[in-house]
Design a protein around this ligand. Structure first.
Ligand code: MN
Length: 251
């Protein structure tokens, strides 16, 4: 694993949160909700119900497709910030309840922050384990996800084309998501804006790609479709299959 100095990491973080993302529009909103001063290199101690899981591999393990510096910033700064802010929202709601719970404006604002940060935390926890070194290819022929992709999309090529298009076309910051829908008992391809908008209740995400600029800008700049194409080379199909099997069983 290539070691990055704390200085480089912090410089990169300020580039992402203060520079590129602060250009305006939804990206500026994202920057205002992104962490700017979380410590590099270490997961913060849990001070609420949510904890940041360590990456299940080294920062450099997904190279050349996803670079080590992006992985370090993304996990240790951005994802850590969502965890910290979700816990903070929990604590603030607790304080509001102790004061009688009638502060409508604060409840609204804190609930909004909780939703954004918790949705971000939940999706990143799936995202990291959805990837691995030397991943990619197609799901194993006998796997549940391989079977459902065939049944619900016709071919793997048709599925991956639709998933890539959905991810590429997310407006501003968001996610491409393949999810199991227990109502139709099938796989769906969905989009999320930010982390929480366009969400559907009751479905279980099994394969997700982060298409926020912080997920690819250092290596790919504005070329989101190149990043998506490269990401297919690190997909951990065993993890996606495990998630699908659990979702099907839970119904
Ligand atoms: Mn992210």
């Amino acid at each position: 694993m290539s070691e990055l100095s704390r200085r480089e990491v912090l410089a990169g973080a300020s580039l992402l949160t203060g520079g590129i993302l602060a250009a305006g529009g939804p990206a500026a909103l994202a920057a205002s909700q992104a962490p700017s001063s979380a410590p590099a290199g270490a997961a913060p101690a849990a001070t609420g119900p949510y904890t940041l899981s360590p990456l299940p591999y080294d920062y450099a393990d997904l190279e050349p497709h996803i670079d080590a510096q992006t992985m370090k910033l993304h996990h240790d700064i951005h994802h850590a910030g969502y965890v910290k802010n979700a816990n903070a929202a929990f604590a603030e709601l607790d304080a509001v309840r102790r004061q009688g719970g009638a502060d409508v404006q604060r409840v609204r604002a804190i609930t909004d922050a909780l939703t954004f940060n918790l949705a971000g935390h939940a999706l990143h926890e799936i995202f990291w384990t959805n990837m691995k070194r030397d991943g990619g290819g197609e799901p194993a022929a006998g796997s549940e996800i391989g079977k459902l992709i065939q049944r619900d999309f016709g071919t793997f090529a048709a599925f991956s084309a639709q998933f890539s298009a959905a991810a590429a076309q997310v407006q501003a910051s968001g996610w491409g998501i393949a999810a199991y829908d227990p109502l139709a008992e099938r796989l769906l391809v969905l989009q999320a804006e930010k982390h929480q908008n366009l969400a559907v209740w009751g479905v279980t995400p099994v394969l997700v790609i982060d298409v926020w600029e912080h997920a690819y800008y250092l290596k790919y700049q504005n070329r989101r479709t190149d990043y998506i194409k490269a990401w297919w080379n690190v997909v951990n199909w065993d993890d996606a299959d495990k998630r699908l099997q659990a979702a099907m069983k839970a119904k």
